[in-house]
Design a protein around this ligand. Structure first.
Ligand code: PLP
Length: 315
């Protein structure tokens, strides 16, 4: 099979697909059912209000079927900026927000603006597999940073991995796969380390709606010039149960957004309009009707559903 990109060939097969293949043809008797505890993905559709917002937009709004602005719809960018400013006690403007096709694409975009083949990125272990796969596929070396027994990475150990090829440190909090919630002072320690060495600190907060703590999980966005160091990522997949619509977000500097726009334009042109409408208007209109079952199973669903109220109804 030639030609073959050796970087893509060098990485592993998508683990979720591989695990599904293990199950093909295997039968599970009723007394020994298969229990899936492996994936932090919702299995039910979003609540009705959100589904209605998407359905009405599909029927009534012609622009819901067209390309949109590369960096995302203005109302959703504004909503994310307002929510992040308020939740983190900082100043985030809409022009510092990009809407992406899920948080995975936000990560790929962020890395692509930071590093190329031969560079290095520090990744605490155990890592989120798609982070490692993207770095492999770009020829970027993932420098593993082993976590301690408490599943927390240590900035002192991270400092030992920094060299002239280092470009970024990646933190996932709350973490996949460990579930650890990184304390604010630990995140601050990584920020200071990254800032000192001129590296980016990428924070993947896909699971922020499930954080058991109250208040802001860190103070980075409240610091002056935070955007010279921090690239923060979010996913609408989990609390909003929008996995199939592919909507995520990135918060970073205005200068980096110009680079991000190049990446997003080339790989996707724009994020799904219906997904963005669901994420924005759907959540605003369904806030009161979020099902009780969801609030039981998704610890922070009420927090999520209170967000983005000022998006216009239906988008
Ligand atoms: C840490 C982490 N980042 C990103 C993603 C992907 O999120 P999205 O569906 O928004 O691409 C996941 C999904 O499991 C995840 O665990």
């Amino acid at each position: 099979m030639h030609p073959l990109n050796p970087h893509i060939a060098s990485t592993f097969a998508p683990p979720v697909m591989e695990a599904r293949r293990w199950l093909q043809g295997v039968e599970f008797p009723p007394d020994r059912p298969l229990i899936n505890v492996s994936q932090a993905a919702p299995v039910e559709p979003p609540p009705e209000g959100l589904r209605r917002a998407i359905a009405e937009a599909a029927l009534e709004r012609p622009e819901a079927h067209l390309y949109g602005p590369v960096l995302g719809n203005p109302d959703l960018r504004e909503a994310v900026a307002a929510e992040f400013s308020s939740a983190y006690g900082g100043q985030v403007g809409p022009e510092q927000v990009a809407i992406t096709q899920g948080c995975n694409q936000a990560f790929c975009a962020a890395i692509s603006t930071l590093a190329g083949a031969g560079d290095e990125v520090i990744l605490p272990t155990p890592w989120y597999f798609n982070h490692k796969m993207w770095l492999d596929m770009q020829g970027i070396a993932a420098r593993p940073l082993p976590c301690g027994q408490d599943m927390l990475p240590d900035p002192v150990e991270a400092a030992k991995l920094i060299n002239p090829r280092s470009r970024a440190i990646v933190l996932v909090t709350p973490n996949n796969p460990s579930g650890a919630e990184y304390p604010a002072d630990l995140v601050a320690g990584f920020f200071e380390l990254a800032q000192h060495h001129g590296l980016a600190l990428i924070l993947d907060e896909t699971y922020r709606d499930f954080d058991s703590r109250t208040g802001a999980p860190h103070d980075l966005l409240a610091r002056p010039d935070w955007d010279e160091t921090v690239i923060q990522l979010y996913s609408f997949s989990k609390a909003y149960r929008l996995t199939g619509h592919r909507v995520g977000a990135m918060v970073a500097s205005r200068a980096r957004m110009a680079e991000i726009e190049k990446f997003l334009d080339t790989v996707a042109i724009s994020t799904s309009q219906l997904g963005q409408i669901g994420a924005c208007g759907g959540c605003a209109t369904c806030a009161a009707g979020w099902p009780a079952s969801a609030t039981r199973s998704l610890r922070a669903a009420p927090r999520a559903s209170r967000r983005f109220r000022h998006c216009r109804a239906g988008g």
